[in-house]
Design a protein around this ligand. Structure first.
Ligand SMILES: Nc1ncnc2c1ncn2[C@@H]1O[C@H](COP(=O)(O)OP(=O)(O)OP(=O)(O)O)[C@@H](O)[C@H]1O
Length: 303
């Protein structure tokens, strides 16, 4: 986690954003506020609407309704100068496979008014030894490092990282985390990261928003979310007819006392667990899949 450089004007502001593909509603009123120098993780299961949200913020997709401002501009009315202020690390670059690594980076640098030095950047992402290698001969993880280098060559104020560490080995993942922390802490770069990896979000993000079924179901610092998760204990026991039972409650001792009051003896399979952040995330995802999620979720807090 990095130290925050917050300012009054958010770098990303989204209010009540909806998106409909044909007759399918994908986003149901998403609110986001991301501040300068913040590392913000958007977490959610497959199909939750993360890419749709991010593409709207990047100006690649027109929203159906709602307000959006990114670096003070509506992305639907953006220009090249605005585009030069954002950096993208997309899921993969399919072309440029025959280019050599340093050549490609040097070429991309010419698009920007004040680019980073390509050689320094190669060192920063650990690709100096592969500078003369063709892009198509890089491993998956090396390719991803190049994607990151291409995303930051123009010194972006806002960096979008779409599942950036997919295919990284643990050491590369660690180095990447250090790099993102350095960009945010030392250079004030704002980072919007999408990931499926809760541990990565907890490690890197100042705040995490959980997007499930096109709605932000929870948003806060990792510590706040963990506290909220732990506030609801789960009591498990085996009922008289042998069926396993579980109940989430803020007052587990009262529930256990009630169970004892109605029982003839010890309660079989009795267990009280404080859920982790991962338990809470899975709970929200399953509730959405079961169709039991409510509009006003008690775990939601405005982003
Ligand atoms: N161009 C499109 N036309 C129609 N439906 C789409 C389109 N793009 C996405 N969808 C649908 O919108 C929903 C959200 O997709 P989106 O790609 O935003 O989710 P995601 O959270 O990024 O998922 P993943 O983690 O799998 O990348 C999905 O049900 C998807 O099928």
């Amino acid at each position: 986690m990095t130290q925050k450089h917050t300012s009054a004007q958010p770098v990303v502001h989204a209010r009540d954003v909806t998106m409909t593909y044909g007759d399918i509603d994908v986003l149901h009123g998403v609110d986001l506020g991301i501040h300068r120098g913040e590392v913000f993780a958007l977490l959610g299961p497959n199909g939750a609407g993360k890419t749709t949200t991010v593409e709207i913020l990047e100006g690649f997709r027109r929203r159906s309704a709602g307000e959006v401002s990114v670096l003070g501009t509506d992305p639907e009315r953006s220009d090249d100068a605005w585009r030069g202020r954002i950096g993208l690390v997309l899921q993969s670059w399919r072309d440029h496979s025959r280019w050599r690594v340093a050549e490609l980076l040097t070429h991309f640098a010419t698009y920007y008014p004040d680019p980073r030095d390509p050689a320094e950047l190669l060192a920063l992402v650990g690709l100096t030894d592969h500078a003369d290698r063709q892009v198509q001969r890089l491993s998956g993880g090396q390719r991803r490092r190049l994607d990151v280098a291409l995303g930051i060559v123009g010194r972006p104020e806002l960096l979008f990282l779409d599942e950036p560490t997919t295919g990284f080995d643990p050491e590369a993942r660690h180095e990447f985390h250090v790099l993102v922390e350095r960009l945010a802490r030392d250079e004030g770069v704002t980072v919007l990261l999408t990931t499926h990896d809760l541990a990565e979000a907890e490690r890197l993000a100042d705040r995490i928003a959980m997007l499930v079924g096109g709605r932000i179901r929870a948003c806060g610092t990792p510590a706040e979310l963990a506290r909220r998760a732990a506030a609801h204990a789960e009591v498990r026991w085996t009922a008289d007819d042998g069926t396993p039972r579980r109940e989430r409650t803020e007052d587990p001792s009262r529930l256990v006392w009630e169970l004892h009051r109605h029982a003839d003896g010890p309660i079989p399979g009795l267990e009280v667990r404080r859920p982790t952040l991962e338990d809470t995330y899975l709970h929200m995802v399953h509730r959405e899949a079961d169709g039991t999620a409510e509009d006003a979720d008690e775990e939601t807090q405005a982003a």
